[in-house]
Design a protein around this ligand. Structure first.
Ligand code: HEC
Length: 353
């Protein structure tokens, strides 16, 4: 079967990316029970881990509708305009009974927790380490990124990091690759960044299909048939097993065989969010990517697909380091990275004619 068009882009399967986090009550909630609805409902602490509201960095959140105060031990033991400093005793009372250091009732938005004294002591101890934990990948002049023994995305990531460092980095910080030690895992960075990228590139490629006047496409996806058809209908498209346009969005789904040249490009596209290929014969090819020259660099790498992923992740990380601000920190960076991935300047390029 000869396809006139092949389109491909990856959708990563799991949107919930877990960055390395300590295995403490603050992060997991285990070892405690939570009381909600004014104490009338009791749930497992794991359903209401502190970090879920107060953040992995303990800095809270002053942007949402509910003000969530910071709970690093340093913040709690410092008086604010609104309350005196906490100590271990008043902290335990706040967590168990929802009463502030001056006897004021905390709002019901803060659950109450049942835990024994040992768990409470462990909780306090972990609050003293939140700040350090959040910053352990950061030096004054660097952000350390750790790569694994087998890291096919390393080539592309290193090239993007190099370009970022050459352009001056962010707040005097460069991206430094390390093989071990306190650092963020390259994998975690890539998963977080690429999630946003793949959504954007998918939207661009769908728009391209529609612009080119196609109505019927064959979509190779891990989605169930009803879900697939529903998504296509939203875009005015119809699934058709014999359509000339093939959209390939799931690396887990094995595509039917391609001709050699198609395989290079389609293969390149399939593991590369942000890089979709629209192939008509062998050329022209349409790529959803920040820059058409990325394809050439990728093809010089032994693992072109992973190269592109690594490159996009590195690009997003540079942007996120800037967006996370001078203070940096792992949690601020993680939030910025999700946004940066979705905002990379991706567009559809026509290559090869
Ligand atoms: C569902 C979200 C949520 C969870 C989960 C949560 N908190 Fe809170 N927490 C809040 C909110 C909202 C406030 C502010 C309450 C107020 O202003 O009266 C708060 C306030 C606090 C305060 C008082 C801070 C101050 O400055 O007076 C402490 C201490 C605290 N939380 C610790 C914890 C700990 C420890 C955990 C986990 C065992 C936890 N919180 C879990 C939402 C949450």
């Amino acid at each position: 079967m000869a396809w006139r068009h092949v389109l491909a882009v990856t959708l990563l399967a799991d949107p919930a990316v877990a960055w390395e986090m300590p295995d403490t009550l603050y992060f997991t909630g285990s070892g405690a029970e939570a009381l909600i609805a004014d104490g009338s409902v009791r749930v497992e602490g794991s359903q209401l881990a502190c970090a879920g509201c107060h953040g992995a960095d303990g800095r809270g959140d002053d942007e949402g509708a509910t003000l969530i105060p910071p709970v690093t031990w340093e913040a709690l033991t410092t008086p604010t305009g609104g309350r005196s400093a906490y100590d271990a005793e008043t902290f335990a009372r706040a967590v168990r009974a929802g009463v502030g250091p001056d006897g004021q009732k905390l709002s019901a938005a803060m659950p109450r927790y049942l835990m024994d004294d040992a768990a409470m002591a462990g909780l306090v101890e972990s609050l003293t380490r939140l700040e350090a934990n959040d910053r352990r990948a950061f030096g004054p002049r660097e952000l350390r990124v750790r790569f694994g023994a087998i890291e096919p995305r390393l080539g592309g990531f290193a090239d993007a990091a190099q370009a970022f460092n050459d352009a001056g980095g962010a707040y005097g910080r460069s991206i430094v690759l390390v093989g071990a030690g306190d650092a963020l895992a390259l994998d975690d960075i890539a998963e977080t960044a690429l999630l946003g990228v793949s959504e954007v590139s998918e939207a661009l490629l769908f728009a391209r299909i529609v612009d080119d006047g196609h109505r019927r496409i064959r979509w190779l996806t891990a989605l169930s048939a009803p879900e697939r058809d529903f998504r296509l209908r939203q875009r005015g498209l119809v699934h058709d097993e014999s359509a000339r346009v093939l959209l390939w969005t799931s690396p887990g789904v094995t595509p039917p065989s391609l001709t050699a040249i198609d395989a290079v490009y389609a293969d390149l596209a399939v593991a590369a969010p942000g890089l979709g290929a629209l192939i008509e014969g062998a050329v022209p090819i349409y790529l959803a990517a920040p820059d058409a020259s990325l394809l050439e660099a990728a093809l010089r790498d032994p693992a072109p697909l992973a190269y592109v992923e690594g490159y996009l992740a590195g690009l997003a990380l540079g942007q996120a380091l800037t967006d996370a601000g001078r203070a940096g920190g792992q949690e601020a960076l993680r939030r910025a990275l999700g946004k940066a991935g979705a905002q990379l300047p991706i567009s559809v390029h026509r290559i090869g004619d």
